[in-house]
Design a protein around this ligand. Sequence first.
Ligand code: HEM
Ligand code: HEM
Length: 234
Amino acid sequence: MRDSDAGPGEIRKIRVWDLPTRLFHWSIVLLVGVLWYTGKTGGLDEMTIHMWAGYAVLALLLFRLAWGVIGTRSSRFAEFVRGPVSAFRYARGLARREKRPVVGHNPLGGWMVVLLLISLLVQTMSGLFADDEIFTTGPLAGKVSGEVVSFMTWVHDGNFNLLLALAAVHVTAVLLYRFVLRDNLIRPMITGRKVVPADTGVEGVRFAASWLAVLLSLLAAAAVYGLVFVYGSG
Ligand code: HEM
Ligand code: HEM
């Protein structure tokens, strides 16, 4: 049933994405935009912003990895990383236009999320060792040989294209859900809540405590600070 087809009293709003997960997502979208622009422009000021935005992405990723283990159920890897059989069954159901609201990532989307997170992690880690041979050097480049620096710079340039391709597939999938399958995934990623028909048995999730998210974010920021400014050359 389409959200808009349901009359008053026939729909329910259930909790899907907690605030930390939503902030994580939209910060990543914004920062990747900044990193794209500054990386390709490549001036001295731009690259200073580039490195700071990169550190922020790294801290966000460390937070997200921890949140994926002890955060809200819908954000946990154990909840949404499923085997190929579930993914295949889900894809077959989609092809038949079967509709069951999913609380969290569906079994196919879960794999997309894993790929996006891995690509983001490779991008930030390789950036720490990259060198543009003009005036910008990653803070850990001095810790490794010249060959490793060249390799990491090559990974940093190449993996960015992969990241862009994954993001394009991701956004296309979200738009297909919205306009072909009539399932709005974007609104829950903004408001945290999903509209479902009242008679569906699915229940929302209980959000994990906010203090835990604040604590994990501080730990993630401290870890990046230690790696970049204490261990590395800043
Ligand atoms: C640089 C571009 C983007 C990247 C790298 C990215 C990355 C991600 C990641 C990592 C997740 C998993 C969130 C989590 O579990 O923590 C996700 C989910 C999601 N993203 Fe994006 N995203 C991008 C752009 C967008 C845009 C532009 C939109 C909206 C049009 C969007 C809509 C969504 C939605 C709706 C979900 C949840 C999907 C679901 O319900 O399973 N994303 N994205
Ligand atoms: C998700 C995070 C990141 C994204 C999306 C990103 C993206 C990019 C892009 C698009 C370029 C230009 C590549 C080209 O020449 O075609 C670039 C270059 C560069 N980035 Fe990043 N970057 C990220 C994180 C980082 C981090 C954390 C650092 C280091 C602290 C860093 C350091 C560099 C350096 C030194 C270059 C110049 C390398 C070269 O000339 O090829 N980046 N980055």
